[in-house]
Design a protein around this ligand. Structure first.
Ligand code: BGP
Length: 468
């Protein structure tokens, strides 16, 4: 069968990790501008020079050359986010910042010049800082209105330039990183489960609401949710471990269930009851969720994990982003992220069986330390065979899932050009096909170099996956 003819091959990025220009052309501060040590905090009073995200890879001033390189690889789609604070610097204004809007107009025009379809995340870990400080982020229902205003503005402005939209990046990450993901300033240890799940409700309602608004503005819009996916294998065949794995996975399914089925699943109602959580629904919330489900499910996939009913028996992993016990059958990246290509096939099958909606893999890749060396043609390059192997192995499993009958819209590998890592806030955890000369201490020329994987991915796209 092979990859479908119209398969959307491409790469993914996020504004806060690569645009730079953090205070240029009227942009306001975001939660990232005050977290120099990764997305988890602690925050600083003001942006500090050690924060690599402030300059990123200066995509803001390099976008034409960078897009040219993406086009050379043959990208059909390109995922990026709009920085909310470029459009509404504080998040709660009513009049947008024209210079911010113009930047994305130019960016989307540049992509279309090469027939690259933009795939745009509305909120990728870059909540305007003012909304965190004044409202405690998504714990406050008022954010729904601000987000609707922002989404309406960009949907209207780009209605003929952008067809594919995602509402919240890794929406389930708010469970683990409430500040980075939800702009919630209350420290995690002081944040009650009640307030956390109420914040989640606000995000889910906001997601449904802007899905409605988007479809009204352009019925051809394809609007999806975006989930961190992570299969949690039972550590042993002990039924208690199987149950633990189900519980672990349900934490994530909660978000796709509501986005795809339009209502809270029963397993979470039991959890709420047992934990004295009572979600306050405003009038109309239930109807809004039910009537505005997503057009497709998108997700990031980096690793699987394991679940156990006897956590004291094992050492848990600090490496895997959502925790869990390391799987003895798998190897891990330098950051402890366990590499599991078959897990991707499982995730694809599970999502598809559960919802029968098209799927989009919008993040996947290997963070690694790269070494610039002189290539065969005398140009500097990176011999990143380890990255090629990782991606190749995962794409083979995508092919298997297609054979299984799963409907997959496309694949955008994470950090197609090197950018600042979300969890470490460093440059040295690199994912790209394109090396950017910038170091952890902020030095570097910002010059771009094609890695070996650049040529490999070009061939993958050219052959539509035939050469995997
Ligand atoms: C996802 C985020 C991205 C990205 C990626 C890799 O969780 O959506 O923003 O950064 O992970 O993570 P890291 O940069 O920490 O290696």
């Amino acid at each position: 069968m092979g990859f479908p003819k119209n398969f959307l091959w491409g790469g993914a990025t996020a504004a806060n990790q690569y645009e730079g220009a953090y205070n240029i052309d009227g942009k306001g501060l975001t939660v990232q501008d005050v977290t120099p040590k990764g997305g988890f905090g602690p925050i600083t009073e003001e942006p500090t020079p050690d924060n690599l995200k402030l300059e990123g890879i200066d995509f803001y001033h390099h976008y034409k050359d960078d897009i040219k390189l993406f086009a050379e690889m043959g990208f059909k789609v390109y995922r990026t986010s709009i920085a909310w604070a470029r459009i509404f610097p504080n998040g709660d204004e009513t009049v947008p910042n024209e210079a911010g809007l113009q930047f994305y107009d130019d960016l989307f025009d540049e992509l279309h010049k090469y027939d690259i379809e933009p795939l745009v995340t509305l909120s990728h870990y870059e909540t305007p800082l003012h909304l965190a400080k004044e409202y405690d982020g998504w714990t406050n229902r008022e954010l729904i209105g601000f987000f609707e205003n922002y989404a309406r503005t960009v949907f209207t402005r780009y209605k003929d330039k952008v067809k594919y939209w995602l509402t919240f990046n890794e929406v389930n990450s708010v469970l683990h990183a409430p500040f980075m993901s939800g702009g919630i300033l209350t420290p995690p240890e002081e944040l009650s489960q009640q307030d956390l799940y109420q914040a989640i409700h606000h995000e889910l309602v906001a997601s449904a609401s802007v899905t409605k608004i988007g479809h009204e503005i352009n019925p051809n819009f394809q609007i999806g949710c975006m989930i961190i996916s992570m299969p949690a294998y039972p550590m042993t065949p002990n039924p208690k471990d199987v149950l633990a794995s189900r519980h672990f996975e349900n934490q994530n399914y909660l978000f796709s269930d509501i986005h795809a089925r339009g209502k809270y699943p029963n397993y979470i109602k039991r959890f709420f009851k047992e934990n004295d959580i009572e979600i306050k629904f405003a009038e109309g919330d239930e109807k809004l969720l039910a009537e505005n489900t997503v057009d497709f499910i998108s997700f990031s996939y980096y690793m699987s994990t394991t679940a156990t009913s006897e956590p004291d028996k094992y050492e848990t992993s600090s490496g895997n982003i959502l925790g869990g016990v390391p799987n003895p059958y798998l190897e891990a990246s330098e950051w402890g992220w366990q590499v599991d290509p078959i897990g991707l096939r499982l995730v694809l099958n599970d999502f598809y069986d559960r919802y029968q909606l098209p799927l989009f893999i919008v993040e996947n890749g290997l963070g690694a330390k790269d070494q610039l060396v002189e290539g065969p043609d005398g140009e500097l390059t990176v011999e990143d065979d380890y990255r090629i192997k990782y991606l190749n192995d995962h794409l083979i499993q995508v092919g298997e899932a297609i054979e299984d009958g799963v409907e997959i819209m496309g694949y955008t590998s994470w950090g197609c050009i090197d950018l600042v890592s979300a969890s470490t806030a460093e440059m040295s955890k690199r994912y790209g096909y394109i090396y950017v000369d910038r170091n952890d201490d902020g030095t570097g020329t910002f010059k771009r170099y094609k890695k070996k994987s650049f040529y490999w991915y070009k061939e993958v796209i050219e052959s539509n996956g035939e050469n995997l």
